[in-house]
Design a protein around this ligand. Structure first.
Ligand code: KG4
Ligand code: ZN
Length: 367
């Protein structure tokens, strides 16, 4: 069985993982920088790069220890090459190249977005302690979609819909993406505006469950609701709340705050569900995968499940550890590329843009 060491450093998580070619996760170490960025209400690129530099060697060591393997046991090194913060990516890319060169093993360059879209294929162990290689199928191993599927990728940096006919970039087609903010970014910015800290997703998720969207102090727009396209937009929603807070001040009571969070979350998730269902219908594909950090959102999960059940579609949502940034998804996407003979040379560098062709241009709309 091929074993791949994956390295992830595109944003604010330093990750290393060992994954078998069939998707079994032997180890998955994530060191989050969230506390370093929290005072700023968002990721500070220079701080991110410097912390990756501090963390990368211990995180790789830990991933090997957790898998009870040594570097000599791995067959290839997979590293996130793109997209992301260039200084942050550089740390992982250089570490990956250094290891591949020193060990004389193949290097695979992975697109982070493809990693997210394939994260649904990871099979995680049920217990924290490593089990024998033959016994590492997690409870989610049955819930692996066949191709083609519609992938809704929702994270802090990206929000887009894809048709996935296979696991390689050439099989994946963007159907529409956000014109402005990513949905996770909207969660984070609104949380910052409301003084709820960073990251905003989990806290808004929690508060929204306590509120009633119909009692919110303002009516929020449904982003791009009337538009027939599969494009998304979240900046209008954010601006509506920002204008309200500027004019009226922040919510005065816990109930008002919860109601506002509930209204925002309903608006954002309604749009995502509507667009994902429209994509499935337009493409004639009855399988939907939701990936990325915002896939952890309880209302999104519940509403997607409801909408898919109503239409007879199958829904696949990876467990939380696979949704947020991790190196296991990078190792797996690398293993797939390795199987297809797609190797990187040792002169690669980080790239800020995805290799997936985009149909939506930021700030402008469809090409
Ligand atoms: O995938 P991820 O870890 O990193 C990126 O590639 O961006 O996603 C992080 C994003 C953050 O914006 C965070 O606020 C959001 O995912 N998030 C959530 C929830 N948990 C994390 N958003 C909504 N509801 C949640 N429960
Ligand atoms: Zn990500």
């Amino acid at each position: 069985m091929t074993l791949v060491l994956g390295i992830e450093s595109s944003c604010d998580e330093t990750g290393a993982a060992v994954v078998a070619g069939d998707g079994r996760v032997l180890s998955d170490v994530v060191r989050s920088q969230v506390e370093l960025h929290a005072p700023f209400g968002g990721v500070v690129p220079e701080i991110a790069a410097r912390d990756h530099l501090r963390a990368i060697v211990p995180v790789v060591d830990q991933a090997l220890r957790d898998a009870q393997l040594s570097l000599a046991d791995v067959d290839a090194i997979a590293v996130t090459q793109r997209p992301g913060l260039v200084g942050a990516l550089l740390v992982g890319v250089q570490a990956g190249k250094g290891l591949a060169w020193a060990l004389d093993k193949p290097l695979v360059a992975v697109d982070h977005l493809i990693g997210h879209l394939l994260s649904v294929f990871l099979m995680r162990p049920t217990a924290a302690a490593p089990a024998p290689l033959s016994d590492r199928r997690g409870p989610d191993c049955a819930a692996r979609p066949a191709f083609p599927f519609i992938g809704l990728l929702v994270s802090g940096g990206h929000s887009a819909l894809y048709r996935c006919d296979g696991p390689l970039a050439s099989h994946i087609r963007e159907l529409g993406a956000t014109r402005d903010d990513a949905v996770g970014e909207a969660f984070d910015k609104i949380a910052k505006l409301l003084g709820l800290g960073y990251p905003g997703g989990p806290v808004i998720d929690r508060l929204a469950a306590l509120g009633n969207p119909d009692d919110a102090p303002l009516a929020l727009p449904m982003p791009m609701a009337r538009k027939g396209s599969l494009e998304l937009s979240f900046s209008g929603l954010k601006s509506a709340i920002a204008r309200h807070v500027l004019a009226e001040g922040p919510p005065q009571s816990d109930a008002d705050l919860a109601n506002l969070c509930a209204a925002f979350q309903r608006s954002a998730t309604t749009t995502l569900v509507k667009k994902a269902m429209a994509a499935a219908k337009a493409e004639g594909v009855g399988r939907v995968v939701v990936a990325g950090g915002v896939a952890a959102n309880r209302e999104l999960r519940a509403r997607m499940a409801e909408a898919c059940t109503a239409r007879g579609y199958e829904l696949f949502v990876p467990p939380f550890a696979s949704c947020t940034d991790n190196a296991a998804m990078i190792a797996y996407a690398g293993a797939v590329k390795l199987q297809h003979g797609s190797l990187a040379s040792l002169d690669i560098g980080p790239l800020t843009r995805t290799e997936l062709p985009r149909v939506t241009r930021k700030g402008r709309g469809m090409r």
